[in-house]
Design a protein around this ligand. Sequence first.
Ligand code: GLN
Length: 500
Amino acid sequence: MMQTPSSSPLHDLGVHELKQALAAKQVSAVEVAQHFLNRAQAHLDLGAFVAVNPEVTLAQARAADVRIANGTAGALEGVPLAHKDIFVTKDFPTTAGSRILQGYRSPFDATVVAKLAAQGMVTLGKLNCDEFAMGSSNENTAVPAVGHSAVEPVRNPWDKSRVPGGSSGGSAVAVAARLAPAATGTDTGGSIRQPASFCGITGIKPTYGRASRYGMVAFASSLDQAGPMAHSAQDCALLLSALCGPDPDRDSTSLDVPAEDYTRTLNDAIAGLRIGVPKEFFGEGLSDDVRAAVDGALKQYEKLGAKLVPITLPRTELSIPVYYIIAPAEASSNLSRFDGVKFGHRAKDYADLADMYKKTRAEGFGDEVKRRIMIGTYVLSHGYYDAYYLQAQKIRRMIADDFQNAFKDCDLIAGPVAPTVAWQLGAHKDPLADYLADIFTLPGSLAGLPGMSIPVGFGAGGMPVGMQLLGNYLQESRLLNAAHAFQQATDFHTARPAGI
Ligand code: GLN
């Protein structure tokens, strides 16, 4: 096993440590990349990767080594990461977890991918996800993982009989199992925070519009947002600083706010920080083990000088029906582009154009995607638009207003990410069970707020528990600062699954 001078195996190092070891030339980018590629091969059973291409990865690493040698290194030169397979990449195929995109190769890189590459990051491959990012367990993937001939679920490295969470399940598994020091994810209704929580890693979804959506395969455009998943708030700060920023020519919803260096404020004191604790996040549905771990974390924050403030987010429950109207409505429109003409799969035998569309989409989309297209089409249809879609939009606004009310009394909001720890593979037979488990992540998504998940303990079956931190718009630095303070005082984020 490759050793750095500090004698930790390379895969135990995070982004910050790898950045330093590479800059100090203690290790080369090629050595680091090769080490992680070997790790990925040794853990194919987890099903995290859906595409690798060692030649491409090593060529990127060689180029990074050249830039380190000649003094033109970027901020994260030679540090590897892997991308959720929802970001288009020109050097790797992109499927978005769907049969309909199998064989698709993008002619360009997503802005987030390009921005990380511009800082010298090396791509290890593409990571499994729920089809079009629709799901909470990664069981909706429709493509086989690397090393598998059939579609199989992604496995949680803490207990391989459990789900990793979703939709960025492959990303969370790759980081938790040390197959990559970091990964990108996307969060529409919780897909960075919830898998981070289920796999014991740190993830942040920035404010809606903070990161460009250009080249992210669209699910629900008014909610989709990219963000990093890694071992620590410090690593997430480094990555978020690199991937955020305006992209006015390519994403009209990207915010006109310059990129920020989130590492600058990481070590600010948090004494006096007012943490809002919404009573609706601690009600009946919350399991005792998750409650105990989150309560413990809140106590730790008090020890660090923060003040806990009881708050209310009265429409928390409504976020489920509202989200599951708005997200499918937008998805039904976004997914109309997959018609067998321009991208990926096309049915072989068909009678005429309409038949080609029908057969292509029937063959190409999985059950959950079809369900959402049907729900979305229904709620947007004449006669139902006012009753469902318009009502949902109104309540969405009220949910956002509730947060603004709450932020009058507090600086951050804390609570659980999910009501339980990761469940068993196959346990949720009814899709509604998945939808209900999104209750704590959906309100922040609907409001477009930045949110994080940080590991705060262990629950049933020894599974990791994450705590959610939500901030007001563009308060990512405050979130990362609070998360970093917690991680300086605790070591939950350094815990690792047995056998990894
Ligand atoms: N679980 C939610 C859904 O299925 C959220 C997914 C996401 O954030 N991409 O829609």
